[in-house]
Ligand binder design. Structure first.
Ligand SMILES: Nc1nc2c(ncn2[C@@H]2O[C@H](COP(=O)(O)OP(=O)(O)OP(=O)(O)O)[C@@H](O)[C@H]2O)c(=O)[nH]1
Ligand SMILES: [Mg+2]
Length: 830
């Protein structure tokens, strides 16, 4: 092993870092405190290439910083111009990801996190994932004590410095001990950890149990270790870290059905075909007959191999259910009951079911199999949405399932791996379905024949809907105009000679259409009034296509369309589709990708939609590598669930159905700031941005999301940019204090300043509600690459949050909130 760094190199790196930051700041501005580096608003916009020389951050290994390759342009950094020097540095993590040396940046990121949490000593716990107090008390064992000692050490020590030499800063690669979390710089790691017979542990920690919060990182090598050890050494160290006796879960750390396991039970549990994944020291319940498995006091978490001889007897209150419906003696939870009802299982109170491992069930004592709970695809879909388990493999399909004790194959393992759920929400028209469809096109499967057919009907129906809105408005405008005409002609009555032609003329206006089209119009409006549009179309689509085209081209309708800003329900895609009425109406029409993206909605019913996809876990920002350096990066499974705005009515009741949401992605259309929509049943008009704000608030306040990170996607930047010069942002009363810096004082465009201001308004609102950090990203959902970038950012945020949860890096939350909007230079100060 060879440690090459020395003090001079350290100093040089510090200096290079400072230089790089200084270049991003206006001349003379002070360097921001490391605590104030903030990655939570992301911008990625075009701008002139950087003109200053590129600093060589890291000279030899890895390669030097290459700003040119990064699209990190001077204009993509906001809040860095002269009047902003008081602000913390903020820049896009995605842009940054392309700007910094990978490992360096990832560690910076983690270290910053680590930094932040240490300010909040109360937040440090052995494992903040444990959900109940009892568990914490139970787990008050050596590992927890070690973690507490480590936390104390972190609190005492100066942040970011090496635990041995005391040098360095937050931004430098460091490696931590898996027992006490002391962190060492490149120069000291080998001296502090020796030959690492049990993996990354200080010499004094060898033999001690690991800090449980680090279990998931066992065997995952960091970049720093790869710098100081050869690949073979890294492999051996990682193997030892995973496999050595001191680092294994101990049987007494697992309590199943109220009894701590014995060594042989632990062996049976870990060696079975469908073992519980991510086992941690905790109390679990296990239903041996069905294989259902969960944390004590909670709903089932997975279905593992049945009939294992582990733990005590399953208790009725194991999952804390209160439904008076029992499965194999356990009172089930409300969520399970809901699924049973959706699966059409009759379950009045005091029903006791026996459920077998394949999902077949019978009422206790009746000896008569009534059906299979998981037999229907719709039930499995609902289970997957509600984070309830379904039997692994095809168990629910066959009754002759024979548990095999070995041969756990990789695909089965992957199938069991739980998808990370992302809930996508937003006001109607904010762009959620466009994002959903982009994700499907980017990462999922192609649209099937059936989906395309559905999309085609959706587009055809929408086309008639747009036409109906226009025809209705035309009638109104015609009436208004004729009324005005009449009023003025009444006042001119003494001077005019009344004649027949004039009387006719007084019944016509620019909004009048030909009598033939009028019949069609009346008929269509009548159908729309009965709410029967979808039932009638698209069957009649082809027949009426020529009339639709004629109506659309009629001057009266074109005049009406000119006043589209007054038609709040008319979407701007109306012209995109109406211009092609005949083509779209034909039998042969197949929607193009562009049509699919421009169409409103995902399916005709446009309700709940969900897709699963895998994203590779490796990112330019990550320094976690699997032990096998040659194997492809691990994949993370995501489930994107899109709930449309209608599903959020009724006080967001639907949201209760979603547990285990890893992140809420809230979408807001930036261009909504001057738009109106009708609110609730009353039909009163309300500014759309304010409606978004109030929806956002109610979702953030929802008890289900108390611990869930939020990512705000500010969409439709393209339309926003187009209109911001003509329509002041302050037209929306929430943005009344927007005060842009004049262009000659500042090289940020007005749209850019306004975007930043809106982001800060939402961040500030979020902090005021839940005192947490809101992550913000800008997109144009119709442009695929911006959605791709957004998902990369979301993936990073999740990793960041995970690192925080696992309490790996000793972090505090306070300095997140230095982004107080009152410091924004774009706000007028009285
Ligand atoms: N100009 C522009 N249009 C966009 C953008 N994102 C979405 N749209 C369009 O806005 C319209 C509405 O977007 P949707 O994705 O259907 O909005 P939604 O949130 O699903 O709303 P509902 O389905 O109506 O509840 C569609 O025509 C999209 O093509 C964008 O970034 N820029
Ligand atoms: Mg839509």
């Amino acid at each position: 092993m060879a440690a090459e760094s020395d003090d001079e190199e350290e100093e040089r790196i510090d200096k290079a870092w400072e230089d790089a930051i200084r270049k991003l700041l206006p001349p003379g501005a002070p360097l921001p405190d490391e605590d104030h580096l903030d990655y939570s608003i992301a911008v990625d916009i075009d701008g002139p290439p950087i003109t200053h020389p590129i600093p060589a951050l890291l000279a030899a290994d890895p390669p030097p910083l290459d700003l040119d390759s990064l699209s990190l342009r001077s204009s993509s950094l906001f809040s860095l111009s002269a009047p902003l020097s008081s602000l913390p540095v903020r820049f896009s993590r995605a842009s940054a990801s392309r700007s910094f040396d990978e490992g360096e940046e990832q560690d910076n990121y983690e270290e910053e996190e680590g930094e932040l949490q240490s300010c909040n000593s109360s937040s440090v716990s052995a494992d903040n994932r444990y959900e109940n107090k009892d568990e914490n008390e139970e787990n008050d064992n050596a590992a927890a004590a070690a973690a507490a000692a480590a936390a104390e050490k972190r609190r005492r020590g100066r942040r970011g410095v090496c635990g041995r030499c005391g040098k360095g800063n937050l931004l430098r690669d460091k490696e931590g001990c898996v027992v006490c979390d002391s962190r060492y710089c490149r120069s000291c790691i080998l001296k502090a950890m020796g030959s690492m017979p049990e993996g990354r542990k200080c010499v004094s920690c060898i033999g001690k149990p690991i800090d449980e919060s680090k279990r998931s990182s066992l065997g995952k090598c960091s970049r720093l270790l790869r710098k100081v050890c050869s690949p073979l050494e890294v492999k051996q160290i990682m193997k030892a870290e995973r496999e050595c006796a001191a680092n294994q879960l101990r049987p007494e750390q697992l309590v199943v059905n109220g009894r701590a396991l014995k060594q042989e039970e632990l062996g049976e549990l870990l060696g079975c075909q469908f073992a519980p994944h991510k086992l941690r020291p905790a109390r679990y319940w296990y239903d041996k007959d069905s294989g259902l498995w969960g944390k004590e006091g909670h709903k089932p978490d997975s279905i593992i191999s049945p009939k294992l001889n582990v733990g005590g007897k399953l208790q009725p209150d194991a999952s804390n259910g209160d439904t008076q419906v029992f499965i194999n003696g356990r009172e089930i939870t409300k969520l399970e009951l809901r699924v049973l009802k959706l699966a059409k299982v009759q379950c009045p109170q005091d029903t006791h079911f026996w459920v077998y491992e394949d999902g077949s069930y019978e009422e206790e004592g009746q000896n008569n199999i009534k059906g299979n709970i998981w037999g229907k695809a719709s039930t499995r879909f609902i289970c997957s949405l509600l984070s309830l388990p379904i039997p692994p493999g095809d168990r629910y399909k066959s009754t002759d399932y024979v548990p095999a004790l070995s041969s756990r194959s990789m695909p089965e393992y992957l199938e069991q791996k739980r998808a990370q759920k992302l809930l996508l929400l937003g006001l109607e028209g904010s762009g959620t379905s466009t994002i959903f469809k982009q994700a499907k096109l980017l990462y999922g499967s192609k649209f099937s024949e059936e989906e395309l057919q559905d999309m085609k009907h959706m587009i055809q129906s929408s086309m008639y809907k747009y036409l109906g809105i226009l025809l209705e408005a035309r009638e109104r405008f015609e009436e208004e105009t004729l009324m005005m005409k009449k009023l003025s002609s009444d006042s001119d009555v003494s001077t005019s000679d009344s004649g027949e032609t004039e009387a006719d003329e007084s019944k016509r206006s620019i909004y009048s259409i030909h009598q033939r089209l009028k019949h069609f119009s009346d008929w269509l409006l009548e159908i729309m009034a009965t709410g029967d549009l979808n039932a009638f179309f698209p069957a009649a689509t082809r027949e009426y296509a020529p009339v639709v085209e004629e109506v659309w081209k009629d001057p009266a309708i074109q005049e009406t369309y000119k006043r589209k800003d007054e038609l709040h329900c008319l979407h701007d895609v109306a012209t995109y589709f109406l211009d092609r009425a005949v083509e779209i109406s034909s039998n042969e029409y197949v929607p193009s990708e562009k049509d699919i993206l421009y169409a409103e909605g995902i399916t005709q019913s446009n309700g709940l939609a969900s897709i699963e996809f895998m994203l590779d876990d490796q990112s330019p920002k990550s320094d976690i590598y699997s032990e096998n350096l040659d194997c492809p990066p691990p994949l993370t499974k995501f489930q994107l669930i899109r709930l449309n705005a209608k599903g959020l009515n009724d006080g967001c009741k639907w949201l209760e159905m979603f547990e285990d949401i890893r992140a809420v992605i809230f979408c807001v259309a930036l261009s909504d700031y001057d738009q109106m929509c009708s609110q609730g049943g009353s039909g009163t008009l309300c500014n759309k941005m304010l409606a978004s704000k109030s929806l956002f608030e109610s979702v953030v306040r929802h008890p289900c999301f108390r611990e869930t990170p939020f990512i705000l996607l500010l969409n439709k930047y393209d339309t926003f940019e187009e209109k911001i010069d003509a329509v002041p942002l302050s037209i929306c009363e929430w943005f009344g204090d927007f005060s842009p810096v004049r262009p000659h004082n500042n090289n940020q465009s007005l749209a850019h300043q306004a975007y930043y201001y809106v982001a800060m308004k939402f961040k500030d609102l979020y902090v005021s509600i839940c005192n947490r950090k809101l992550f913000v990203w800008q997109i144009c959902a119709r442009e695929r690459n911006t959605v791709d970038e957004a998902f990369k950012y979301i993936k990073e945020v999740l990793k960041w949050e995970e690192a925080k949860e696992e309490n790996m890096y000793g972090v505090g939350v306070d300095s997140y909130y230095t982004t107080d909007v009152s410091t924004s230079p774009y706000i007028r100060r009285e």
